[in-house]
Ligand binder design. Structure first.
Ligand code: THU
Length: 132
């Protein structure tokens, strides 16, 4: 159990991941500007490239409920090493977060393994403002 609700949400949703091929379950939780928490887990597919990441699911859930601003992200992987978002997910987070938004990686038990800003994970990023 974690006393951080966002960490606990990522731990909980990871247990619902569908990862029969990689056996690597991931949970992600994002905190929106109004404090609401949205979660996602990885959902793999027999046609491997069609699988989706936990972060993508959490972002889709947020947008579907009207959220537009990510204030914090937690990613929960299974191993001892931090499960950092893949490159595609870093860009997906960028769409709704600022370069200063913290991304926290935790173990399956909720231990904080790594904290990075989005800018550290995705330097010199291309975002919505780049099109202005
Ligand atoms: N995965 C995620 O869901 N998020 C990450 O941050 C890294 C990787 C998933 C994709 C795939 O289902 C499995 O983990 C192994 O790559």
């Amino acid at each position: 159990m974690s006393n951080d609700p966002l960490v606990q949400a990522a731990i909980d949703v990871r247990l619902r991941a569908y990862a029969p091929y990689s056996r690597f379950q991931v949970g992600a939780a994002v905190a929106a500007a109004d404090g609401r928490i949205f979660t996602g887990c990885n959902v793999e597919n027999a046609a491997y490239p069609e699988g989706t990441c936990a972060e993508a699911g959490a972002i889709a859930a947020m947008v579907a409920q009207g959220g537009r601003d990510i204030r914090r992200v937690v990613v929960c992987g299974g191993g001892d090493a931090a499960c950092t978002p893949c490159g595609g997910c870093r860009q997906k987070i960028r769409e709704f977060a600022s370069p200063r938004t913290p991304v926290t990686m935790v173990s399956a038990g909720g231990a904080v393994l790594l904290v990075r800003t989005l800018a550290e994970l995705l330097p010199d990023s291309f975002g919505p403002d780049s099109l202005a």
